[in-house]
Design a protein around this ligand. Structure first.
Ligand SMILES: C[S@@+](CC[C@H](N)C(=O)[O-])C[C@H]1O[C@@H](n2cnc3c(N)ncnc32)[C@H](O)[C@@H]1O
Length: 234
C-alpha cells in the first residue's frame, strides 16, 4: 500500500468514532514496567456500545471480517476487533460505520497489552483469526494461544469463556491442541480440515460463521493451505 494512502487512512481513523488508538502512555506504566488499566476497561458497554450485550473480541483482526460479519449477524452482541495495524483496521471500521453497525468497534494496540483494556468478566468470547504462527522456538511466547496469552485473556474472560482459533497453520493447530491438553482447558471442538468434510456437521448458523472468509484466509487458501479450527474453554 502506498504511503500516501496509508497516511489518509491513519487520518480517517482518528475521526472514526468506532476506532480507538490509545497512546501507550495511557496504559503502560514505566514505573512498574507493566500495564495499568486503561479508562475503557470495564466501560466498553456503558461508554462505547451503550447497551448491556455480551462482548466478543477478534484478535489479530486485520481488516476485521469476523468482527463485521458477526456484528451483522448478531445485533445483540458487541464485537471489538484488535490489531496493531491501523491501515488494516481502517477497512473494518469504515465498513461498520458506513453500514450502521453500532455493535462493532476496533482497538488498535498490541495484543500483548490486552489485559489493560478489559475488566474482570467483561468479555464473553474470543476469536483468533489467522494469527502469525510464530514457529521459531524463541517466538513461542508470542503465539496468541500460548499459556502467557491465555493467562492474560483469563484476567477478563468470563469463567469457562470460549476461545475460537481459525488457522491455516498445521503447526499452530497442533501446538494449540497440545496446550489445551497440557493445561487442562476444555476442548469443545476441533477439525484439521474445516472445509474438507467437517463443515456440514454444524448447524446452519455455525456454518455461516465458520464460512466467513478473511483476507488472509483467501491468501492462504490460494496457496493450497488447509484451514483448521479449534474451539476450547479456559
Ligand atoms: C496473518 S494476519 C491475519 C489478519 C486477519 N485476521 C485475516 O485473517 O485476514 C495477522 C494479524 O495479526 C496482527 N498481529 C500479530 N501480532 C499482533 C500483536 N501482538 N498485537 C496486535 N496485532 C498483532 C498483525 O498486524 C496482522 O494483521
Amino acid at each position: 500500500m502506498g504511503r500516501k494512502k496509508k497516511l489518509l487512512r491513519f487520518a480517517d481513523m482518528q475521526k472514526f468514532p468506532n476506532a480507538f488508538e490509545p497512546e501507550m502512555e495511557a496504559f503502560f506504566d514505566r514505573a512498574i514496567g507493566g500495564v495499568k488499566r486503561h479508562p475503557l476497561a470495564g466501560n466498553w458497554n456503558s461508554q462505547v456500545f451503550k447497551n448491556n450485550h455480551p462482548i466478543v473480541l477478534e484478535l489479530g483482526c486485520g481488516k476485521g471480517e469476523y468482527s463485521v460479519g458477526m456484528g451483522r449477524k448478531f445485533p445483540n452482541k458487541n464485537f471489538i476487533g484488535m490489531d496493531i495495524k491501523g491501515a488494516r483496521i481502517w477497512f473494518g471500521a469504515k465498513e461498520a460505520l458506513e453500514t450502521g453497525l453500532k455493535n462493532v468497534a476496533f482497538l488498535r494496540t498490541r495484543i500483548d497489552f490486552i489485559s489493560a483494556f478489559f475488566a474482570e468478566g467483561e468479555v464473553d468470547e474470543i476469536w483468533i483469526t489467522f494469527p502469525d504462527p510464530q514457529e521459531r522456538e524463541n517466538r513461542a511466547r508470542k503465539r496468541l494461544t500460548s499459556k502467557l496469552f491465555i493467562d492474560r485473556y483469563r484476567q477478563f474472560l468470563k469463567p469457562n469463556g470460549l476461545i475460537h482459533l481459525k488457522t491455516d497453520s498445521a503447526f499452530l493447530y497442533n501446538f494449540t491442541l497440545d496446550e489445551v491438553n497440557l493445561y487442562g482447558y476444555e476442548l469443545v471442538d476441533h477439525t484439521p480440515d474445516l472445509y474438507g468434510s467437517s463443515i456440514e456437521k454444524y448447524d446452519l448458523d455455525t456454518q455461516e460463521i465458520l464460512n466467513i472468509k478473511t483476507y488472509y484466509e483467501g491468501v492462504f487458501t490460494e496457496k493450497g493451505h488447509i484451514i483448521t479450527y479449534i474451539k476450547f474453554r479456559v
